[in-house]
Design a protein around this ligand. Structure first.
Ligand code: AMP
Length: 419
């Protein structure tokens, strides 16, 4: 199937062509016809599935065919990075149209954003907090909005934006098309969707479970040895672009310095950095100046960098949703990726929850040759579900402990079988 199939306006089809998309992804196949038919949509899709084009292409089609005037589409996104990314994609898709897009988010000066609005924006992509500031100050008129999109609605609620979102919704016309995207559906999100969507069509691509093209591995390790294990893993794994996650801003900052000192082209992305520093880090990672980006969950939300080969969780995320979002950064648009999680004994409950959500046990690995001291990785995290190992691993006689599956990795030289 090609993008011609949807009968989008020819100027939009040529925009899609110019960004290099030739075949629609599954979410695009499902959502584009429904949005073109002007129905509300409840989209269950994680980042990396192609959902931006899934909503933006039919929106552009609607806008180009109708009379211009005022802000006609409003997209709400949780972070500046995601807002900027949607904006960049929109500029590409709309290249051959007169339609203009502008962004509104905090952490930068208001003036350039207001200037862009005054020059005339058909589409506004905004983070809720700053948009609400502008609404309160009377700087922005949302009375012409025909289409409202909530992207990563679950993230926005996690970040405490729900009251802001409710207020913004009161400022847009009740007669509108609403498109609601989330990766997970906790109770408050379901409630919000029910309240604001009218007879929605549900489109769903791999909800909740992490991207299928990602293979997962768990490296049990004491908390104090995580940095050393990370360094050893990076040394012995053929990685391309690596996204490393830590739980705190401070740790992201320090770990990036340690990696850089060890000779890696690494930088940090965390909330204590200015917007300009964050953008420089993302651009440097995207432009291949850095191979490793060490990030916190909030800072990394919505990063769209293609070709991430490995996501390494140095700290286990606090929630299953956060795991899903982190892992969604690799294996994007159907490329393969690997996700490693370094887990200390104290993480066992979270690991169990993640495995329950993923629906299978995550393969346990021991980095052969790494000095674990008296720690025995194979005794940690006995998985609840049984896992069938690929034949290649079975032939190399993985060590097994009661109920746990265990594979030695990166074996430097043949070694005696221990089980
Ligand atoms: P998204 O989920 O919208 O953030 O998209 C994830 C990644 O897939 C981005 O790098 C997009 O540029 C890319 N992408 C989206 N749709 C397509 C497509 N139809 N063909 C190729 N790449 C795509």
């Amino acid at each position: 199937m090609s993008f011609e199939h949807f009968s989008l306006h020819p100027h939009i089809v040529s925009g899609v062509d110019s960004v290099g998309y030739h075949t629609p992804t599954p979410i695009q196949e499902q959502a584009i016809p429904v949005v073109l038919a002007r129905r509300d949509v409840l989209g269950l899709a994680q980042t990396g599935t192609g959902k931006t084009a899934a909503f933006m292409l039919p929106i552009l089609d609607r806008l180009i065919r109708g009379p211009r005037g005022g802000i006609r589409a409003l997209i709400l996104a949780p972070t500046r990075e995601l807002a900027e990314q949607i904006h960049q994609a929109t500029v590409g898709f709309a290249r051959h149209t007169p339609l203009r897009s502008a962004t509104i988010y905090g952490g930068v000066s208001k003036r350039p954003q207001l200037d862009a609005l005054r020059r005339g924006a058909d589409i506004v992509i905004a983070c809720p907090g700053r948009l609400l500031d502008h609404l309160r100050e009377g700087d922005i008129d949302l009375s012409h909005v025909e289409v409202l999109v909530l992207d990563e609605a679950d993230r926005m609620c996690d970040m405490g934006f729900l009251p802001d979102i409710r207020q913004i919704i009161r400022s847009v016309p009740a007669r509108r098309q609403t498109l609601f995207f989330c990766a997970t559906m906790p109770g408050d999100i379901r409630q919000l969707a029910q309240n604001i969507l009218h007879d929605p069509a549900t489109v769903q691509v791999d909800p909740i479970a992490p991207a299928k093209t990602v293979s997962h591995a768990l490296y049990p390790v004491p908390e104090t040895q995580k940095t050393n294990l990370l360094l050893a893993l990076l040394k012995r794994t053929a990685t391309g672009r690596v996204l490393v996650f830590t739980r705190t801003k401070h740790k992201a900052h320090n770990l990036a310095l340690i990696l850089a000192k060890a000779g890696h082209r690494a930088t940090a992305l965390q909330g204590n950095m200015s917007q300009a520093q964050r953008q420089a880090a993302i651009d440097g990672f995207r432009g291949k100046r850095y191979d490793i980006l060490v990030a916190t969950d909030v800072a990394a939300r919505g990063i769209d960098v293609t070709g991430i080969t490995h996501v390494i969780n140095v700290d286990v995320p606090n929630t299953v949703d956060a795991y899903t979002h982190r892992i969604g950064r690799t294996g994007r648009a159907e490329h393969a990726g690997e996700a490693f999680t370094l887990a200390a004994p104290a993480d066992s409950l979270m690991i169990r929850d993640i495995e329950r959500a993923v629906g299978t046990a995550i393969e346990r690995r021991r980095l052969e040759g790494f000095d674990y001291g008296s720690f025995a990785p194979e005794t940690q995290f006995a998985p609840k579900a049984s896992v069938t190992l690929p034949r290649a691993f079975r032939q190399s006689s993985p060590r097994r402990t009661e109920g746990a599956l265990y594979v030695s990795r990166h074996r430097a030289a043949p070694r005696a079988q221990s089980a």
